[in-house]
Design a protein around this ligand. Sequence first.
Ligand SMILES: Cc1ncc(COP(=O)(O)O)c(C=O)c1O
Ligand SMILES: [Zn+2]
Length: 429
Amino acid sequence: MAAQTADANTSTDTPDFGPAVALSCRECGARFPLGPSFACLECFGPLEIAYELPTGDPEALRARIEAGPTNIWRYAPLLPVPADVAGQPSLNPGWTKLVKADNLARELGITGGLHVKDDSGNPTHSFKDRVVAIAVQAARTFGFTTLSCSSTGNLAGAVGAAAARTGLRSCVFIPHDLEAGKVVMAAVYGGELVGIEGNYDDVNRFCSELIGDPAGEGWGFVNVNLRPYYGEGSKTLAYEICEQLGWRLPDQIVIPIASGSQLTKIDKGLKELIEVGLVEDKPYKIFGAQATGCSPVSVAFKAGHDVVRPQKPDTIAKSLAIGNPADGPYVLDIARRTGGAVEDVNDDEVVDAIRLLARTEGIFAETAGGVTVGVLRKLLKSGQLDPAAETVVLNTGDGLKTLDAVADKARPTAIIRPTLDSFREAGLA
Ligand SMILES: Cc1ncc(COP(=O)(O)O)c(C=O)c1O
Ligand SMILES: [Zn+2]
């Protein structure tokens, strides 16, 4: 791979990836050494991290986690990072709030308990800080000097900020027509930001070409050549949800889908918690959420297909607008295996759901959160989600980045003169 640097080839030190032992192919199971690779040399399947997990003493593991920092590094024993990772430069994301959403539950008729995992509380206000934090560790280990990504918006900001904190150069790529909030968040940290004339799938294709070109040498693309490491960051959402529930698995989780990485890694995280004995083994259901205007996984799920047919996205949920999702088939497997489902909601339903969450719980979600809460509501109506089961819904991003989605529906109640008469005339007394 062109992007591998002299450091990784010549260093006599064995890189320290903690409990991670190999890269393994999701399709054929072939194993490869931990390096900056992402595709199987045997079958081109995606590579993921394989571990020797600490299964011996769950009590000791739980005590170690609970004594750790209040960020994702408390889960270092389950991540591809060295044990001393918490002392290294990082934005230190994670340990976001798990909000008991009783008002929303009442409104939706959920009796089994509802929680919102509110990941807008991360340093750059989306869950992407989690995945980037792990990818940055790997990038530094492999000696990459430039941090990069193809992004639907949030990832670009997370990479820019993490590069600034860790002293790396960054150059990130986005579709040219993203929301102002996403563009500003991506640019403000001082790295290079390139708008590409095309949609996310065009941006992603361009980045794949750049990786194979001398111009991309020394570049760590967090979601391409560092994807196996990057993906592991989403497991921390599963760990936190279970720990915040008192080391219990929820019954049902609703998760937004763009590439599908987050959903597949939350499932991986839940399975690992069972394997290491930190939670009791019981069934759980995973539900995926898409916008109708970009719903290739939902369409495949409903049609009973195993393959995902690419779409041309057209939705206000731009952060989820990936028409050809890399992990789509694995999402289908997980939804079917766990007894969950994949559903989609249209843009009006997205806006309604943003307002519903804000009105009931005081949480202002970006469009991706509107998609997820909208799908929660739709699945309850259709009877696919059990209202008597304990449910967690993810809010993965901040409404301040997608103000336009609700701007015409969230306006002053009245504009008045600064007089009591005017106040009364407006019918506010
Ligand atoms: C706010 C938000 N939520 C969810 C996702 C979905 O991520 P994934 O590609 O892992 O499915 C994204 C991806 O960009 C996002 O920005
Ligand atoms: Zn393979």
